[in-house]
Design a protein around this ligand. Structure first.
Ligand code: FES
Ligand code: FES
Length: 153
């Protein structure tokens, strides 16, 4: 199988990898680099469980080919923690009891981080709009929205 060599920065570390053309960014993260915080839900761009920041923008990594990421900067949920300190959003999710099974939470956190990076003072409507591509089967969303609002306050 023909492999393509690419270099990308993931959570601040430069990684050089050789990948087949069909490998998705999600597969690269989970299966090659063991960054399993990013989840594989639908594999079809519908659930948001696989969201990562790609050059600062949230993308469904199941829909992005790894070869498209040569030279890119990727941040996964693991990259939200710095020096063993949780991102304020992660801390707010814990304090608000916003996590049940947890499967959707990495994607929720990435959507929320992208929102706060572009708008440090979003309204509740802004928060709900930012989460429109994230599905949660457990929580009913209220505590997730409350957690993000608390991180803003
Ligand atoms: S796994 Fe990518 S959107 Fe569902
Ligand atoms: S906490 Fe279970 S899917 Fe959201």
């Amino acid at each position: 199988m023909m492999l393509h060599t690419l270099s990308l920065t993931i959570n601040g570390l430069v990684e050089q990898v050789s990948v087949p053309a069909h490998l998705t960014l999600l597969q690269l993260l989970r299966e090659t680099l063991a960054l399993t915080g990013t989840k594989n839900g639908c594999g079809a761009g519908e659930c948001g469980a696989c969201l990562v920041l790609l050059n600062g923008e949230p993308v469904n990594s199941c829909l992005v080919l790894a070869v498209e990421c040569d030279g890119a900067e990727v941040v996964t949920v693991e990259g939200l923690t710095h020096d063993s300190r949780l991102d304020p959003l992660q801390q707010a999710f814990v304090e608000a009891g916003a996590v049940q099974c947890g499967f959707c939470i990495p994607g929720m956190l990435i959507s929320a981080r992208a929102l706060l990076d572009r708008d440090p003072a979003p309204t509740e409507a802004d928060i709900r709009a930012a989460l429109s591509g994230n599905l949660c089967r457990c929580t009913g969303y209220v505590r997730i929205v409350n957690a993000i609002a608390a991180a803003v306050a």
